[in-house]
Design a protein around this ligand. Sequence first.
Ligand code: NAP
Length: 261
Amino acid sequence: MGTLARPLAIVTGASSGIGLELAKHCARGGYDLLIAADTDIEEAAQQLRPFGATVEPLLVDLAKREGVDRLYDAIQGRPVAALLANAGVGLGRAFLDQDWEQIKFLIDTNVTGTLYLIHRVGRDMRSRGEGKILITGSIAGFMPGTYQAVYNGTKALLDSFSFALRAELKDSGVTVTCLMPGVTESEFFERADLMDTKYGVQKKQPASEVAKVGYEAMLRGDGEVISGWQNKLRAAIASVTPAGLLAEQHRRLAGPGTANR
Ligand SMILES: NC(=O)c1ccc[n+]([C@@H]2O[C@H](COP(=O)([O-])OP(=O)(O)OC[C@H]3O[C@@H](n4cnc5c(N)ncnc54)[C@H](OP(=O)(O)O)[C@@H]3O)[C@@H](O)[C@H]2O)c1
């Protein structure tokens, strides 16, 4: 008797933080995995294989069209049961002091690459009439991100896009779930040069907790999930607070040198 094939899940940004934890849930949940990141992904694959999954690691820059194409080609026509579009980067400091190449990389990773991948894989899912898409947005999308202006803008786009795509795919058999974390323990803040800010030093939610609520929401086919009651409260307050006030509050959290104030 042949063994039944396990469904395939793709997890981007699976080398660390929320993505690695999402990949662990997928592996434990019976998925085989195609995982992607742009610096080191083999170590993550080694952590995931003991869960019994077949894990294919792929080193690709998802900020580039060729990177997304390479990831898509690696699917080799297999049905993708779940796409967890999670790869993303942050970028602190004042907009005019940031390096343009880093700004572009952020937009190309968080927005262009993410949407292009969802466009390619989503079409196949729609043709098959089944599939699950999880997009890692953020509660940062609810507030203008003073000293993280472009990042918050990219997350506002992803949060909004996720709801719209979900509505377009209603009754198609394809579900779209937006995971909206608040500040989460990961390599994100160091990479975004935010370690001298309140955001950088404040207590954060463990990535494993965030991934758990995201994975479970994806399995249920929920529209969105905000991880943790404090973040739910923050999001609710943000939705009724004037944008100018939110921008001022964000200055106190992400402003350079605010860590010890
Ligand atoms: N941490 C938070 O507080 C927080 C809050 C809300 C939302 N989020 C979102 O959660 C997601 C995961 O972030 P994290 O907190 O887990 O941070 P992280 O530990 O820095 O993980 C980011 C992941 O994305 C990958 N990545 C970044 N740019 C890429 C590119 N161009 N091509 C391929 N892979 C790329 C990284 O791969 P390499 O390691 O190989 O570079 C890494 O695997 C992001 O979308 C982030 O915006 C984070």
